[in-house]
Design a binder for this molecule. Sequence first.
Ligand code: GAP
Length: 518
Amino acid sequence: MADNREENIFPKIISHAKEYGFIFPSSDIYDGLQAVYDYGPNGIALKNNIKTYWWKAMTQLNENIVGIDSAIFMHPKVWKASGHVDAFNDPLVDNKDSKKRYRADVLLEDHVAKLQSKIDKEVTKAKKRFGESFDEAQFVSTNPRVLKYKEKIEEVESRMKKALEDEDMEALKKLIEDCEIVCPISGSRNWTEVRQFNLMFSTEVGSVAESANKIYLRPETAQGIFINFLNVLHSSRKKVPFGIAQIGKAFRNEIVARQFIFRMREFEQMEMQFFVRPGEEMKWYEHWKEQRLNWHKALGFREEAYKFHDHLKTAHYANAAVDIEYQFPFGFKELEGIHSRTDFDLKSHEELSGKKLQYFDPEENRNYTPYVIETSIGLDRMFLATLCESYTCEKVQDGGKEKERVYLKIPPVFAPFKAAVFPLVRKEGLPEKAQEVMDALKFDFEVAYEEKESIGKRYTRQDLIGTPYCFTVDHQTLEDNTVTVRERDTTNQQRLSIEEIHSWISQRVSFSSILKKV
Ligand code: GAP
């Protein structure tokens, strides 16, 4: 898999994504719109495959999880009840010299990451010095410089946690000053006060200004699930524990939108709310932590690319929260969140709507408000993780010369095209025979057909968009009905009979092969 820690790989991934039809800046002809992106022909195919994998893993593998698709617009009271009107804020700070705006917590997290990288450098240096006999655990627990950095990290993290929990903006500003954090643009420490900023976009419904109602574009899909709790419960006759899954757009007026599609203003979430008996939530929290990590690991990405990160500060609705972090080229960052949301949302909606949002448990013979475990993954972030993990740049020998081979090692189940079919030449009956191969595959798999240019160039083009298998029809095909299959990752070739290729490819690209590993 790609070494995502290679320096400068991220800009290459971004330009690859545009050049090969995965992601374009939105409104590109007008020079783009910040933090908004469009998906191209290969991008939407990859995105749809990620969605299908998630949807099947939730609703097909779990008899007690059903799906919904709720509207983006909801009654304004939804966001009052959920706490988003009052508490969905980011702490902002401006640098007076560069006029650039930052999230105070992000500045502090970046500062912690810098301290951590100093520890990593000390470890690398010591490894070199001591060679085989190096004991990393002992080194990090005894080396005075490492201990000093660790102590600093602990201090910053605990002060930040307290300031965020107390919503103490002055304490955040003081911490930024004490850490001597400088603006990356101006290099100065000339900061404004830290202020809270609400992230929801609002608009109006209603044709006449006087009767218009302020409504919000949903900042998370989860509330669409909570407000449909009763509808789903009654129509699907599910019993607690059960879950409701949903994939859909969410909107946040992110202040610091950066790192390509990592932080967008319009993005998609794949969320599942699992309703459980009060008191059993921690058991289910652990269950879903493990399940969700398995879902990621089944893709075969680097094991060490994932880690859990417990939240320093839980959101206003949660009593436990953890992130699954993925090692992006710019460091370990949140890919998915798993939250124990207690009965906060159902209770608040009950209060504000006046409707009883409870469940009658026949085994316990009582009514209660279920507790909720939520799993929430950003589809675009998962897309970015897939792209980063797949982007591979290798040195290969070509006629005695060393050259670079770039390809996308996308898991076959996610690849925009599962295979490509090429006639070796555009004559002598080979295109017609290649069409036969297309006909054998196209009803079940996305297959590309190419007959222009040399076979080598056609392989390269498919490598660049991540097509895992290429079938070439040559003169031998006309004699024995076999084709060559060339595998993207190894570039190995073998012959297969045309009758075999449907089942051969099916074993390698079907969702069932990966779902069995979850
Ligand atoms: N319902 C819970 C919730 O929305 P969150 O941690 O704010 O929790 C869940 O978001 C996931 O949505 C994140 O782990 C991330 O993958 C994705 N996400 C959040 N904000 C995003 C943004 N601005 N751009 C892209 N993805 C985002």
